[in-house]
Ligand binder design. Structure first.
Ligand SMILES: [Zn+2]
Ligand SMILES: [Zn+2]
Length: 165
């Protein structure tokens, strides 16, 4: 998924409109802790402005995570707009905010992966009120109750009990 710059460089066109569907890479999904994802849609345009390019795009898709507390699958819809200036890496005067490319094509995947990483929540929960799993028996406390709290006595309290009996 790259944007071919040859028509812009030769001056045949001053803008390229594009629309892609793409699957996020498995290793990328693993790196963000996701277990699955839908196909992503991306559309936008690249406009030539003298020595620079103006990249504007919109993307959307769904990514599945396990709830941080109860491990249930949670589907997140990700959607964002990106507006960046892109210049050749041979350009000497490059602003830190700009993207650079090599040769005659701009790869879109790294741009999208970087943005997705930035907009992800720090912790994915199925609900703010998720009760999580019981640390002793592992039941999902959203669906069941267990008696671990009642039967388990803190060993430090157990020791104190002897002092008073
Ligand atoms: Zn949960
Ligand atoms: Zn329990």
């Amino acid at each position: 998924m790259t944007l071919d710059l040859t028509k812009l460089i030769s001056g045949v066109q001053s803008q390229i409109d594009f629309e892609f569907e793409f699957a996020l890479d498995k290793s990328y999904l693993e790196s963000i802790g996701s277990v699955d994802a839908s196909l992503f849609k991306v559309s936008g345009y690249l406009k030539k402005l003298s020595e620079r390019y103006d990249l504007t795009l919109t993307y959307s898709g769904e990514v599945v995570f396990e709830c941080h507390r109860c491990l249930q699958n949670v589907k997140l819809t990700l959607k964002n707009d990106i507006k960046r200036i892109v210049v050749s890496e041979r350009e000497s005067d490059v602003d830190a905010e700009w993207l650079t490319y090599e040769g005659y094509a701009i790869p879109l995947v790294p741009i999208l992966e970087e943005d997705i990483t930035l907009i992800l929540p720090l912790q994915v929960l199925c609900a703010e009120s998720c009760k999580g799993l019981c640390p002793s028996c592992g039941v999902d406390l959203n669906k069941e109750t267990c008696t671990c709290d009642e039967t388990k006595i803190d060993p430090r309290l157990e020791a104190l009990k002897h002092l008073f009996t």
